[in-house]
Design a protein around this ligand. Structure first.
Ligand code: PTT
Ligand code: SF4
Length: 638
């Protein structure tokens, strides 16, 4: 039953989530909200789709592929925002409070998603849903409230313009501390192309501009509460296994060090291994690395923070002081590398302050650090008239404001580095650090061809989420351009980007405290009653990667941008300008070696020499419905 009332407490739907297909692990329902018409409805999700795509990222790309008009403007009402969970999300197992936020990206114009650690993950599932699809666009600022199968749209005029912190505090006061809030800041409202969704006072998700998609829909926030249990196939055994997993994690030798530093220990590691991004990815060594390191961070750390059900909370909360003003910020490796060494800033207090600004405004720190680094380099090369010096904290802080509110130069910077390079022309594209329009995350690849390939082939653009390959690469040999590396990379993508993004749970228990992957197969079985083998999982992962690739090709062809293997190639800087410091001085990537690895990658994925899925691959993966759609735009290989 759908009721349309008017704007203040507008649309209410009461739905029975008891009826429908019986299943375990999944709720089998999605909530669809049309902001243009104000209609809200509950839909069943075909069980076969859940079996084929698991959930999270898999379900998101399935929905976006099927439901978006090819070539849709990402900031138009026709784009859709999908928030999706997987069969393990929000269940009482280690680190399950994660949620995928996905859409056609306004930054890259391809498939975009992020993975956000939040109570909203638990509450969405406990509200009876596996996914939320938001379409259309509201006329006025709006808030979506979800509770136990009911949804309500509420006027949010009073929240528009507030920072994410102010928004979350107000909403928790209104809806109670057991509510979960996902919100955007002024950057999302002003359609900054790398704005994100923020929750829990500083967790951020949706690097490819998912915040701007919410902003374009005038959706300021989503508040979720939920009190229902997700039905499980074998609850007793599930809980028993979960206890065993928690015990394992706590006994792991890395457990206590991880609790002290989380991802921040990577600063020293990356500097030692010449891959800490420095001065817009010119170098991999930063002279002031020790001043922004994990060890230094420990001296100003006041507490730690984590996602629901997490026994290894990695959020480092520090208290910093700049010019007599004291503040608190949450630090991760990526934030500190990109707003520290990459912009020449060797002062963790100042880095923390820039980080906090990004959280309050809802900007992605990785893209922001790229944009600021590029701006300093453009200033140094006199491509722009503005003076922006390396390490100039005050100037960077002003620029963050200008980007957020799109003032002056900030209006151009708000578009991301690919567009900046396009607009300025000349040779700027050689050192505008992105792949497919998404700015590169914090690993320099002058001497890391496998990691460069991980960025080149990541399904959302240059992000490390699908394959943090560099540590494996260092063990295998950095100057090796081998087929074996490509095989290992694809395995890693399938586990991280296929399995974990679709389950949807945090991958850190596996990576940082060696929780065996077998646990996850057992958890899937005990939750859903469905036995997946590893071969089944690889098929699911390949299906997801191939559908995402099909989405990119369709969108780029429909928009008239065309498709080429350059889309999978990192910027010229890493191929042309060698490192000048440390033991790897003189290193740069080989373009021939990279091309060879890319060809192997395509072959192993069943894509043709252009990087486009072959008909036979689409058929074998059970997504042959993609073939006629793609063939409207481009001839496919057999
Ligand atoms: C993620 C990206 C990362 S990845 C970091 S730090 W990392 C940056 N964090 C930001 C931040 O903070 N504030 C801000 N304004 N922008 C930020 N941008 C950057 O966003 C994150 C953790 C981390 S910390 C990592 S690696 C792991 N990522 C996982 C993943 O992708 N999938 C998965 N199944 N598990 C993961 N576990 C870990 O989660 P995006 P989060 Mg993030 C302050 O969202 O878009 O994917 O970009 O979600 O809750 O902050 O957890 O060294
Ligand atoms: Fe969240 Fe960190 Fe725990 Fe993962 S390890 S669930 S990102 S707190």
């Amino acid at each position: 039953m759908t009721l349309r009332i008017d704007f203040i407490n507008v649309y209410i739907i009461l739905t029975s989530i008891c009826y429908g297909i019986s299943m375990f692990g999944w709720n089998g329902k999605l909530l669809r909200v049309d902001l243009s018409s104000g209609k809200v409805r509950v839909e069943e999700i075909d069980k076969n789709i859940l079996l084929k795509f698991l959930g999270g990222r898999g379900l998101a790309v399935y929905i976006l592929w099927r439901e978006l008009e090819p070539g849709v403007d990402p900031l138009s009402p026709l784009n859709k925002l999908v928030i999706s969970a997987g069969p393990l999300t929000g269940l009482p197992i280690p680190s399950s409070g994660k949620l995928v936020v996905a859409s056609k990206s306004p930054l890259t114009h391809g498939y975009g998603d992020g993975n956000i650690g939040t109570k909203a993950a638990v509450n969405l599932r406990r509200s009876g849903f596996d996914a939320l699809v938001v379409e259309g666009s509201a006329r006025r600022p709006t808030l979506l409230y979800i509770e136990d199968g009911k949804a309500e749209l509420v006027n949010a005029d009073e929240l528009w313009g507030l920072t994410t912190l102010e928004t979350e505090m107000r909403l928790l006061k209104t809806y109670g501390s057991d509510a979960a809030v996902l919100s955007i800041g002024p950057a999302g409202e002003n359609l900054v192309k790398f704005s994100t969704i923020i929750c829990e006072f500083g967790r951020s998700g949706g690097r490819p501009g998912i915040g701007a998609v919410m902003g374009s829909k005038k959706l300021k926030a989503i508040v979720i509460r939920g009190n229902q249990d997700v039905p499980l196939h074998d609850k007793n055994e599930f809980l028993k296994l979960s206890n065993e997993a928690y015990d394992h994690i706590k006994k792991d030798p890395n457990y206590s060090f991880w609790l002290r530093q989380g991802t921040m220990s990577t600063i020293e590691w990356a500097n030692t291994n010449s891959c800490l991004p420095t001065h817009n990815f010119r170098e991999g060594i930063f002279d002031d690395a020790s001043k922004i390191s994990g060890n230094f961070m420990e001296t100003i750390k006041v507490r730690q923070k984590g996602c629901p059900y997490c026994e290894i909370p990695c959020g480092n909360i520090v208290r910093y002081e700049v010019g007599g003003v004291v503040g608190e910020a949450e630090l991760d490796y990526e934030n500190v590398a990109m707003l520290g060494s990459n912009i020449g800033l060797g002062d963790l207090h100042k880095v923390s302050d820039l980080n906090l600004k990004a959280d309050l405004y809802g900007l992605d720190t990785i893209s922001l650090g790229n944009v600021l680094g590029l701006t300093a380099e453009l200033s140094e090369r006199k491509v722009i008239n503005d003076t922006v010096e390396w390490g100039d904290y005050k100037r960077f802080k002003e620029l963050i404001e200008d980007i957020t509110y799109r003032r002056g130069l900030g209006d151009l910077l708000a578009e991301g580095v690919r567009y900046i390079a396009y607009k300025l022309g000349g040779d700027v594209s050689r050192y505008a650090m992105h792949v497919k329009g998404l700015e590169i995350s914090a690993y320099d690849c002058h001497a890391a061809p496998g990691m460069a390939l991980a960025y080149g082939t990541s399904p959302i653009g240059a992000h490390h989420k699908d394959a943090w390959f560099i540590a494996t690469e260092i063990k295998m040999g950095r100057d090796l351009y081998s087929r074996e590396k490509v095989e290992r990379l694809i395995w890693m993508q399938n586990i991280r980007g296929g399995l974990f993004e679709s389950l949807t749970t945090c991958r850190f228990p596996w990576l940082e405290t060696s929780l065996d992957l077998e646990y996850y197969l057992k958890f899937i079985y005990l939750a859903t009653g469905v036995k997946y083998s590893w071969d089944d999982i690889y098929v699911v992962a390949n299906r997801i990667y191939t559908l995402i690739r099909s989405f990119w090709v369709r969108e780029y062809m429909a928009e008239g941008r065309g498709w080429s293997t350059l889309m999978d190639t990192p910027p010229a800087r890493w191929f042309e300008e060698p490192l000048t410091k440390g033991s790897l001085a003189g290193s740069k990537l080989s373009i021939d070696g990279y091309k060879q690895m890319l060809n192997w990658y395509y072959e192993l994925r069943g894509w043709d020499a252009r990087g486009i899925p072959k008909k036979s691959t689409l058929h074998n993966l059970g997504i042959s419905e993609v073939i006629p759609v793609l063939e409207k735009f481009i001839k496919l290989s057999d």
